[in-house]
Design a protein around this ligand. Structure first.
Ligand code: NAD
Length: 320
């Protein structure tokens, strides 16, 4: 039995606790940010408002504090959204934690001063000096995992044995783990798929969406190579696997469908998705300055078009 601390009691952090508990670990969850999730996790029946189900009684909730991070855990899992990465990086920075950290968060960070895009693990390592980082990505809808539907994900670490050790700690009959050494490729694919899911969602028929799917793969392949990942990773769970699930359903493709119908981004957000986080939009805001300056626009016309749609509030101008 290992002791696991999950930071982030949102949909994914909470769903992730289920296979961890099933694998006979002692699982503690903490929530540093959202009053709603704290309320959910401390309620008597542990009903989670995002997952729309009760969480296991064995799941232990602890109030978030920096001291909690110093306690003896065998694994710390980061399940915050991208906007929480700077926060948790700063919190972990001076603690010189030696235990493994597993990051579920998807996204990329733009370092304005250095004019560079960093993956989340690079950011945590370079800026916040966190050492032993593995990443877990792939096609996983939190609600489905929470219901114990079969789910396959990928853990990446340059030292693949470390990834396998973590996989053994958390896998179950329904939560299947694959492994990769290509941390860059896995992080890049799992982030940009949110942008391409929006683009595919803009297709107003299956025929049109399939065309956009194929063109998206070509652009994703180019981008993985640009950031020095392994192009083969596009064929894996963090690439087309995750793109499929995000394009088939979810908030990014829903926003894409409005853009494809001719709505401008700001109108669509306000009118139809005011309360929703659209991760693809957040990623566009983060990486647009870099992409527009440093990447050959002719190689990624779909992404450039979506950037203009979101940043300049223009109509999407792709053939849908
Ligand atoms: N690796 C996987 O298998 C997998 C699967 C699904 C989602 N995800 C990723 O997990 C992350 C969380 O997704 P979710 O569905 O749980 O989202 P959610 O909105 O349900 O939860 C977001 C979490 O981030 C925290 N948070 C938000 N803003 C914050 C801030 N400014 N500072 C600190 N904390 C903040 C929230 O309090 C909450 O704990 C996303 O990056 C998502 O892409 C990963």
């Amino acid at each position: 039995m290992k002791k696991i601390l999950i930071i982030g009691g949102g949909a994914m952090g909470s769903a992730f606790s289920i296979p961890c508990l099933e694998n006979k670990n002692k699982v503690t969850i903490t929530e540093p940010y959202s009053k709603v999730f704290i309320k959910n996790l401390t309620s008597k029946d542990k009903f989670h408002s995002a997952l729309k189900m009760k969480l296991p009684k064995k799941l232990n909730f602890r109030k978030y504090s920096k001291d909690l991070l110093k306690e003896k855990f065998d694994l710390i899992v980061i399940a915050l959204s991208l906007s929480g990465i700077d926060f948790i990086g700063k919190e972990l920075k001076d603690l010189k934690i030696k235990i493994p950290i597993l990051v579920l968060t998807k996204g990329l960070k733009y370092e304005k001063k250095k004019g560079k895009i960093l993956t989340i693990s690079e950011k945590l390592n370079k800026e916040f000096k966190i050492k032993d980082i593995s990443i877990l990505k792939g096609p996983c809808l939190a609600k489905e995992l929470a219901k114990k539907n079969q789910t396959s994900v990928i853990i990446a670490n340059k030292n693949v044995n470390k990834a396998k050790k973590l996989g053994n700690m958390i896998s179950t009959k329904y939560y299947l783990i694959e492994y990769s050494k290509d941390t860059v490729g896995v992080e890049i694919s799992s982030a940009i798929k949110n942008i391409y899911a929006m683009i595919i969602g803009a297709g107003q028929s299956l025929n049109a969406a399939s065309n956009l799917f194929q063109k998206s793969i070509v652009e994703m392949k180019y981008l993985i190579k640009f950031f020095k990942g392994d192009v083969e990773t596009i064929l894996g769970l963090a690439g087309i696997g995750d793109l499929y699930v995000s394009a088939a359903g979810g908030r990014n493709s829903k926003m894409g469908s409005y853009l494809g119908k001719g709505f401008k981004f700001e109108i669509a957000k306000k009118r139809f998705m005011a309360k929703d986080t659209v991760e693809g939009e957040q990623l566009v805001q983060e990486i647009a300055p870099f992409v527009l300056k440093k990447i050959d626009k002719k190689k990624i016309p779909l992404m450039i078009n979506l950037i203009k749609t979101i940043k300049d509030n223009k109509k999407l101008n792709i053939k849908v």
